[in-house]
Design a protein around this ligand. Structure first.
Ligand code: HEC
Ligand code: CU
Length: 344
């Protein structure tokens, strides 16, 4: 279809030259065999020997792991029994032994507290006197349980029968008494101590055993752990009051022992009967330190001067009859040691 009037047709270009690299001349074969690793090196599958080695290795790793776990498990089990005891063997545990040792310490402290504060009313062996008997098995079985004793010592004798004039004072510091909660605990532990255990009498200050005639003094608890009330026994009444004899009351009016310890009177307020001569047991617990009791009247006049002696020792002072009133007392050697004697 050419049109003589149309523009000149685009001239036909020759096909573009093919620009390929010049072909290589055929290479000559290598003169020698090239160095190459054997075919086995290129094999990625495990050889049977290698596979067996891996199995052996992981088997021993499993053993190591198993033994480690075994050691830990055995340790846990053995430590468990060590701490908590072997079942069926009572008291075989370390915790029980520790509790037992602490209980012994408390009972021994409780003994000293009892002898110093309670023995004058309840008897040195708890046999009773002005206050009711305490070492009675039927009573110790349930009546004198820890919380009951704690209540009596906290509220005073009124807790027993509701008698507001009970002779038994309040002992717990929480209620204004002289003994702190540790001392109350020790007293409870002592009162409930089993009679199957022998305890050592210790010096309250140093904790050293007290020996007399070369023999360490000991005591046993009161409670028989195997006691069962006989069938048909009348239960202990909740209110167990002893009506004190008048002579006992007069004796009671005399103060308990006055204790000097650490250059202070641990019993700074004491009471005594009016118009009656009475005795004071003065217990000087400061080793090698001299103390005495010097009583003055409110005007400052000396009414009694006790013999000065070195601790540890106890002496009984005979106090003359005094009129009712407050009498300050002190130590003539250490005037900073003071207290008040109330005569009523
Ligand atoms: C001043 C004498 C006196 C002193 C000291 C004393 N008590 Fe008492 N106690 C009594 C009297 C009296 C009763 C009886 C309570 C009542 O009904 O008034 C009693 C009751 C008790 C009871 C309850 C007994 C029962 O059968 O219910 C216990 C426990 C007790 N005293 C423990 C102690 C302890 C522990 C101490 C030493 C910290 C102590 N007492 C010091 C006089 C005393
Ligand atoms: Cu002194």
């Amino acid at each position: 279809m050419s049109d003589p009037t149309g523009p000149d047709p685009v001239p036909q270009l020759p096909a573009p030259e093919e620009r390929l690299p010049a072909p290589r001349p055929p290479s000559e074969p290598a003169p020698v065999d090239r160095f190459a690793a054997p075919a086995s090196a290129h094999q990625f599958a495990l050889t049977p020997e290698r596979a067996a080695g891996i199995v052996r290795q992981s088997a021993s790793a499993r053993w190591v792991g198993f033994l480690a776990v075994l050691v830990i498990v055995l340790f846990v089990i053995l430590y468990w029994f060590y701490e908590l005891g072997i079942p069926t063997i009572a008291d075989s545990s370390r915790l029980a032994a520790e509790t037992q040792a602490q209980s012994v310490v408390r009972v021994e402290q409780g003994y000293n507290l009892y002898e110093a504060n309670c023995a004058r009313c309840h008897g040195a062996q708890g046999q009773g006197g002005i206050g009711p008997v305490l070492n009675d098995q039927a009573k110790l079985y349930t009546h004198l349980n820890s919380s009951y004793i704690n209540n009596v010592l906290t509220a005073g004798g009124r807790y027993v029968c509701g008698n507001a004039d009970s002779l038994m004072p309040i002992w717990a510091q929480t209620n204004g008494g002289p003994l702190n909660y540790k001392q109350i605990e020790a007293l409870i532990e002592f009162i409930r101590a089993p009679n199957t255990t022998t305890y050592t009498v210790r010096d309250p200050g140093t904790g050293e055993p007290i020996a007399s005639a070369g023999k360490t003094q000991t005591f046993t608890g009161w409670r028989d752990p195997n006691y069962q009330p006989p069938p048909g026994a009348t239960p202990v009444p909740a209110c167990w009051s002893a009506t004190p004899k008048p002579s006992a009351v007069a004796a009671l009016a005399a103060p308990g022992p006055v204790v000097a310890q650490g250059l202070a009177f641990t019993t700074p307020s004491i009471t005594g009967p009016a118009d009656t001569a009475f005795k004071i047991d003065f217990n000087n617990q400061d080793n090698g330190v001299p103390h005495n009791i010097l009583i003055k009247d409110s005007a400052g006049a000396e009414v009694f001067k006790g013999e000065i002696f070195n601790g540890s020792a106890t002496k009984t002072y005979d106090i003359p009859a005094l009129k009712a009133g407050d009498y300050p007392f002190s130590c003539s050697v250490h005037p900073t040691m003071t207290g008040t004697l109330t005569i009523k």
